[in-house]
Design a protein around this ligand. Structure first.
Ligand code: GDP
Ligand code: GDP
Length: 440
């Protein structure tokens, strides 16, 4: 995966770096856990502008001491920025004018070939903009007047920052899609596996799995590689006596854990059983994408069960995973088994989808306006803003006054609103409520 573009903010203490960064990222918390190479003494904050996701690096850590120490630490900060950032923003203080430290830092920054933006802060009124021209002397190009405190010039600056990023790389399609086929005994797991593998267009080769007894099978369809997780167990089963090998929950858990997508095979004649519900719960808990395959459709009496009526029943009986796509197949005749892979593909995509913060917050604020959170014990839940922290599964941080005021009912309401707006068919979602912590 390509790392997100990064912006580093450099400048002397008190020029307004924190104020500027707060403007850029809002009061969002540093969200770092899905990023490689995170260093402790820096804060990495994820945000977006004009649909481009990026990370703001707050190099921080400057303790003003003697002028010499101050210079050293600002220079250190500038080096970090030159090394790590895609775009550097150098902030100076328009009230204070050019200082010797600014000049030294400018000398250092001039050595980089990276896009560099010189922002002259604390110009709180447009009439003060001409003050910025003094900073031409730093030799870093056109000084941009801004007021971080009043939000002046920030949008234009963000446009420029985002314009300095490398062009968005076309995300290469995921190398392979790992599928765990699970279900109770006799639902048709091995039949489905064999049907998929028996397909003419497929090249089949066994690969060693990570657990001792699990063997995965790799297959290729239309140039796309799929790995069926723990197929050995499933295929072997077809040769042993009927019912001898009990469906092992532990085994299913392990397979689910190693997969991107879970395909839950249901015996269409028998309908949903308690065991199916338990396996569906495993998929939901794991955060993995899920496809429900109603098998044996060739012998399901069509006069009593149309697909539509069957779907209704499933929605009720598998309501915890009613977001899952349902396909009606016959492993025996091969009917619609291609749709299993297609649905798995779609579900995996949704599982790793990311929503930009702006659009997400529009949806959440509309939802809370239409149906305000209920009050409890005289207090009302307030949701200030939301941000998608990670994918697989899509996880939304909801910053609010008091997380304990969130009822299950209201949480479900918000999840439904997110699904209405963005789809996310085939994937579980997580909503995490956090108390707001103001920065700066
Ligand atoms: P940092 O040390 O560079 O992170 O600077 P801060 O963001 O902590 O700001 C230092 C001081 O400058 C604070 O008192 C801010 O309120 C003030 N400040 C920041 N931006 C502006 C601005 O645009 N205009 C004015 N007038 N003051 C600002
Ligand atoms: P597993 O225990 O889940 O692996 O189930 P199997 O694949 O061994 O299938 C159990 C039984 O159901 C076998 O007798 C299969 O022939 C039968 N079966 C599986 N899929 C279908 C199907 O789509 N249609 C029909 N009619 N029978 C099926």
């Amino acid at each position: 995966m390509n790392p997100l573009p990064t912006v580093a903010v450099v400048g002397r203490p008190n020029v307004g770096k924190s104020t500027f960064i707060n403007r850029m990222v809002g009061a969002r918390e540093a969200i770092v856990h899905d990023m490689p190479g995170v260093t402790r003494d820096r804060l990495y904050m994820r945000t977006d502008w004009n649909g481009r996701d990026f990370v703001v690096v707050d190099t921080g850590g400057i303790v003003p001491g003697t002028d010499e120490e101050l210079l050293q630490s600002v220079e250190q900060q500038a080096r970090v920025a030159i090394e790590e950032a895609d775009v550097i923003v150098f902030i100076v203080d328009g009230e204070a004018g050019v200082t010797p430290v600014d000049e030294d830092v400018a000398n250092l920054l001039r050595t980089t070939k990276k896009p560099l933006i010189l922002a002259v802060n604390k110009l709180d009124n447009v009439t003060e903009d001409p003050k910025a021209s003094e900073f031409w002397s730093l030799g870093l190009g056109e000084p941009r007047p801004i007021s971080s405190m009043h939000g002046l010039g920030i949008g234009d600056l963000l446009d420029e920052i985002v314009g300095g990023f490398p062009p968005p790389s076309e995300e290469p399609p995921p190398e392979e899609l790992r599928i765990a086929i699970v279900g109770k005994p006799n639902a048709g797991k091995s039949s489905l596996t064999n049907a998929l593998l028996g397909h003419e267009r497929m090249i089949v080769s066994p690969v060693a799995g990570t657990t001792r007894d699990a063997v995965d099978t790799r297959l290729e369809v239309n140039g796309k590689v799929y790995v069926l997780v723990d197929t050995a167990g499933i295929r072997k089963k077809a040769r042993v006596d009927f019912g001898v090998e009990q469906f092992s929950v532990v085994r299913a858990l392990k397979a689910v854990d190693r997969a991107d997508v879970v395909v839950l095979v249901i015996d269409g004649v028998e309908g949903v059983t308690e065991q199916d519900q338990r396996i569906a719960a495993i998929a939901e808990d794991s955060g993995k994408a899920l496809v429900v395959a109603v098998n044996k459709w060739d012998i399901v009496p069509k006069d009593t069960h149309t697909m539509a009526s069957y779907r209704k029943i499933l929605e009720e009986e598998l309501r915890h995973v009613k977001w899952a796509e349902v396909v009606f197949i016959s492993a025996k005749t091969g009917q619609r088994i291609d749709q299993v892979l297609e649905a798995a593909e779609r579900a995996a995509e949704e599982n790793s989808r990311r929503i930009t913060t702006g659009v997400l917050n529009e949806v959440i604020s509309e939802a809370t306006t239409m149906n305000p959170p209920p009050a409890s014990h005289g207090k009302r839940l307030r949701i200030y803003y939301a941000s998608q922290a990670v994918t697989n599964p899509p996880t939304f941080l909801m910053f609010c006054n008091e997380p304990k005021l969130v009822s299950d009912h209201y949480k479900r309401y918000l999840e439904n609103k997110i699904r209405e707006a963005f789809g996310f068919s085939g994937t579980p979602l997580r909503l995490v409520f956090r108390p707001r912590r103001d920065r700066g």
